[in-house]
Design a protein. Structure first.
Length: 305
């Protein structure tokens, strides 16, 4: 059972200079995420470069993650496949791995219509008893999961949450007005997190948390405690960094930030390449200027989950 509430880092996959999995660095980052107080870990998303990973590597990352988590917080695996059969196979392979839930994208590459998308989600939900969060991101994946579609999916009790990445803040209110607390809503766009939480979102699937876990958790906890001005002060400082999350090269950008804060390496897997030239300098400048004014975080009471 997952409590879809709080900060869920979409963690990066760490590689060595020889393009092998860097498990030591990967686990070290997750330990820091736990120290900061995150509420779950999401594996194998676009930020995790999942499309470049083999099935064996994904299994290795699951095992490495569970070793660190020790069942203290849940591990969620992303399902992003081109076919319904492939998605179901991925779910079944992970069902007995210790993974506690799934974040499911619509069919990849093919722009499915509403009926096809619904059928895809229904068949995946029927293939597992584990909880599911639907990833709603029409900007990047060209398929919008509408309110009417969520109404049809209500009968599947294991479809419990949505990663809201439409960039339409009004959907937070529309979802709550229509479904109450039937679906937990987690913001999936870093530079819209404060606004989403203020509107009633339950959590934040975060990217820059990989490099700045303590600041990310501070914003969430302060918002939960009604300390909005304190949260907003941190958020405004954080905002230039958070905007790195909404670029096609978000993986390279966030990994460069991880290097700057000592929480990762810059190695990416081809076809991605490390940043070079003026683009690299621009991102480094954003990171370095932010680090110069990094805020002292206020204390807060630990929030029971």
């Amino acid at each position: 059972m997952i409590n879809w509430k709080g900060v869920f880092p979409a963690v990066t996959t760490k590689f060595t200079s020889d393009d092998e999995l860097d498990i030591k660095s990967f686990q070290s980052n997750i330990r820091t995420q736990m120290e900061a107080g995150v509420h779950g870990i999401i594996l194998g998303g676009s930020l995790g470069e999942a499309s470049t990973l083999t099935s064996r590597e994904k299994a290795t990352l699951i095992k490495a993650t569970l070793e660190v988590l020790e069942e203290k917080i849940p591990a969620v695996l992303t399902i992003a496949e081109q076919s319904t059969e492939g998605a179901i196979e991925a779910v079944k392979a992970a069902n007995e791995s210790g993974i506690e839930g799934f974040m499911v994208l619509p069919p990849m590459r093919y722009k499915a219509d509403d009926l096809e998308t619904l059928t895809f989600f229904k068949k995946i939900a029927q293939s597992t008893d584990l909880p599911i969060m639907i990833y709603n991101n029409p900007v990047d994946y060209k398929i919008l999961v509408t309110l009417d579609m969520f109404e049809e999916l209500e009968v599947f009790k294991n479809i419990q949450a949505v990663k809201e990445s439409t960039r339409d803040l009004s959907l937070v209110t529309k979802m709550i007005n229509r479904f109450g607390d039937r679906y937990k809503i987690l913001c999936g766009v870093d530079p819209m997190a404060y606004e989403s939480l203020a509107l009633g979102a339950d959590g934040w699937v975060a990217g820059l948390v990989c490099a700045f876990p303590f600041e990310t958790v501070a914003i969430y906890n302060l918002m939960e405690q009604g300390r909005y001005k304190e949260a907003l002060k941190i958020y405004r400082w954080f905002f230039p960094l958070l905007e790195l999350d909404i670029h096609p090269k978000l993986v390279q950008y966030i990994k460069l930030a991880e290097v700057a804060t000592g929480l990762g390496t810059e190695h990416v897997r081809a076809p991605r390449l490390p940043l070079v030239g003026s683009e690299r300098q621009r991102v480094l400048t954003i990171i370095q200027e932010s680090l110069k004014s990094r805020p002292v975080l206020p204390n807060w009471e630990k929030i029971p989950m």
